[in-house]
Ligand binder design. Structure first.
Ligand code: EPZ
Length: 431
């Protein structure tokens, strides 16, 4: 098993390019099932989650080529309607097959994805949406069975207890584009990744109005056709590298990211006093001395502060004098990074859905355990600010969502090495 050995770092310096967004590429790949013609996707990141999705799409019958890095050509001529548990359990986002299989084959059988460490991952809103499209939806033996022989458009309110649902919106949009009649989705997710999916579907011949707004109007069409599409930049990867620069007081330019995708995040960093030069397609973090200012932050659906950048902000705030409060409104349990940060010396208390962070703490390197994709990144950012070496185990979590993470950060001067757990001092191996 791979581990990261991260040593105390001075300021990171240089330029870093952002790749295509994992959370856009996954539904985009699923959307290729909606046509029998070839769809070419470019700027697809090289991640284990992408390889899982490709494996599932091949299993249901898609013919797939990967002619060069980042480019995938998919042709869904003969499809089966079943996405089995042994594949779906590997990655929750495979639930995104539900919409396209339902629309294309008028039936679907998709295993219900398990929960994960960030909390229960219900799909009740996905199923509500399909029911509102006049589909028969049943759950038996851990599978969702959909009979869409009588599918038709209709009004759907898709909001839940935590507001909108990203993959839920993706699924219902993908089901509705081939459903006869008109579908109006209220409380649709507005994340850039959903906008990217809608833009692909329009290129394929779908009729969607209100893209980027909480109300989508979809007029169903008979068929969709092939096209080419480039995945939008990964705003979460960009934000992670921006925090890496800020926590090391470095001078780093993050390139290839439209700043307008990071509104709430940049606003919060500016409130903390991180010096930023924001251009249309890049963000430069400038060095600073003294302490940043503590912040009060609440994660919300887009355009609010993204939950996927919450752990990274926690790590940064451990280095800030004063008391910061970070409240998690999307996944109230999404604080697996906190016990590990505490092992490194951070002073954080969890009060309900909030982390109360008292800074600044002198962090020291320790053996820590990655638990989910973004928590893993936060531990590495904290290790840059810690004295001594930090050994991070179970970094396969990180490989799901960050392409060449250690190489890209090493190019900025970070002391991060990917080693085998056999190279770890025996006494540091966690169970
Ligand atoms: C997407 O997950 C992202 N994953 C997540 O990123 C991200 O954290 C999340 O959106 C929120 O922004 C992908 O896009 C592949 P949701 P998704 O449905 O769609 C509740 C990462 O690190 N809910 O928007 O599964 C749910 O419990 C990952 O890259 C229901 O109640 O999230 C949560 O509280 C982690 N019923 C809230 O809504 C439902 O049917 C938002 O979930 C669906 C969701």
């Amino acid at each position: 098993m791979d581990v990261f050995k991260v040593s105390s770092n001075g300021p990171l310096k240089g330029e870093i390019n952002v790749v295509g967004a994992k959370n856009a590429a996954l539904p985009l790949l699923a959307a290729t099932l909606l046509t029998e013609e070839e769809v070419t996707l470019r700027n697809v990141p090289d991640l284990s989650d992408i390889r899982f999705m490709v494996e599932i799409l091949a299993h249901v019958g898609s013919e797939i080529e990967n002619p060069e890095p980042g480019v995938w050509k998919l042709k869904a001529t003969n499809l089966t309607h079943v996405a089995p548990y042994e594949l779906v359990r590997k990655m929750r986002a495979s639930v995104c097959l539900l919409g396209p299989l339902t629309a294309r084959l008028r039936k679907a059988e998709v295993s219900i994805p398990g929960g994960c460490v960030i909390g229960p991952r219900p799909i009740d809103l996905h199923l509500k949406g399909l029911t509102k499209l006049n589909c028969q939806v049943e759950i038996t033996n851990g599978y969702v069975h959909v009979d869409a022989s009588k599918i038709k458009g209709g009004p759907i309110f898709l909001g839940g207890r935590s507001g909108s649902t990203v993959t839920g919106t993706a699924n219902i949009v993908m089901a509705a584009v081939l459903a006869p009649g008109t579908t109006r989705i209220e409380c649709a997710a507005c994340e850039p990744e959903v906008v990217d999916l809608c833009n692909l579907l329009v290129k394929m011949g779908a009729h969607i109005e209100g893209i980027g707004s909480p109300e989508l109007i979809i007029t169903g069409v008979e068929k969709l056709h092939g096209c080419e599409h480039s995945v939008i930049a990964d705003r979460i990867e960009a934000g992670t590298y921006i925090v890496a620069a800020a926590i090391t007081r470095g001078d780093v330019t993050v390139k290839g990211i439209p700043a307008n995708l990071l509104g709430a995040f940049l606003d919060k960093l500016e409130e903390a006093g991180v010096p930023l030069e924001v251009s249309e397609n890049s963000i430069r973090v400038l060095p600073y001395s003294g302490s940043l200012k503590p912040i009060d932050c609440i994660t919300l659906p887009y355009p609010g502060y993204p939950t996927d950048l919450q752990a990274q902000l926690c790590a940064l705030m451990t280095q800030v004098d004063g008391i910061s409060i970070i409240t998690e409104r999307i996944y109230p349990n999404r604080f697996m990074h906190v016990p590990e940060l505490q092992r490194m010396g951070a002073d954080i208390a969890i009060e309900g859905p909030s982390a109360i962070i008292k800074g600044a703490s002198n962090l020291s390197g320790a053996p820590v355990m990655a638990s989910d994709l973004r928590a893993s990144a936060a531990l590495i950012l904290a290790a840059f600010a810690a004295t001594g070496d930090t050994w991070i185990q179970r970094i396969y979590h990180l490989d799901r969502g960050y392409e060449r993470f250690e190489q890209k950060l090493s190019a900025l001067g970070a002391k991060i090495e990917r080693l085998s757990d056999k190279d770890m001092p025996k006494e540091l191996l966690l169970d």
